[in-house]
Write a protein that binds this ligand. Sequence first.
Ligand code: AMP
Length: 213
Amino acid sequence: MKIIMLGAPGAGKGTQAKLIAEKYGIPHISTGDIFRANIKDGTQLGREAKEYMDKGLLVPDELTVKILLDRVAKEDCKDGYVLDGFPRTIPQAKVLDAALCEIGDQVDFAVNVDVPDENIIRRMGGRRACLACGATYHTEYIPPKSEGICDVCGKQLVLRDDDKPETVKNRLDVYHKQTQPLIDFYQEKGILKGVDGTVPMDDVFAAITAILG
Ligand code: AMP
C-alpha cells in the first residue's frame, strides 16, 4: 500500500504517518526528517537544505526529488510506504507518478489531514524538539515529564527554527501556494481522502484506518 499524507505543516500528518507505518508494517518516509538528519550530520545536502528550511521555504525540487526516489527504491519499500511531507509541489507529484508508472505501479491513497490555519499557528508555537535524539513534544498536548528537558535523553528541548512564529507564517503561505493544489491533483485521480485533523489524535487515526481498511 502506497500512501501520501497531505496537510498543512503542523496538521499532525507526521504523527498519523508514524501510526499508519506501525499498523500496516510499512516504512514511514519523511523528507523533512531526511533533511534534518543531513543537517545534523553536516552533509552538503544538509547545508543546502537548511538555508531554505530556516526561512520556511521549500527545498528546491531537484534536491528533494532525488533523495525521495533513492529512498523509495530501497528493498524495505517493496510492499509500500507512507510518505509524509512529499510531494509538496505539483512537479514533485508528477515525478513520483512517473517513477511509479515505470514500474507499473501507482499511489493508492492521498490522505488529507485538514486543519484551519488558526489551529496550526497555536499548535506550532507549542512544539518542542530534542535536537540530540529527534524526540518531539508539545507544551500543551504532549508535555515532557520535566519542563524543557527531553524524556528520552535528558537534553534541553528547543523551539525549532522552522517552528518560530514568523517562519510558521511563511510556511503556511508556501503551503497554500505550492502544496494545496495537490488536493485537486489527487482528487482528479480519484484517490483523495479527507479527514478532520482538529479532533483528538486517536480519532483522526480511527478515521484514517476506516479509509485504508
Ligand atoms: P517537515 O518536517 O515535513 O515539516 O519539513 C520541514 C522542512 O523541510 C519544510 O519546511 C521544507 O523546507 C523542507 N521539506 C520537507 N519536505 C519537502 C519537500 N517535499 N519539498 C521541499 N521541501 C521540503
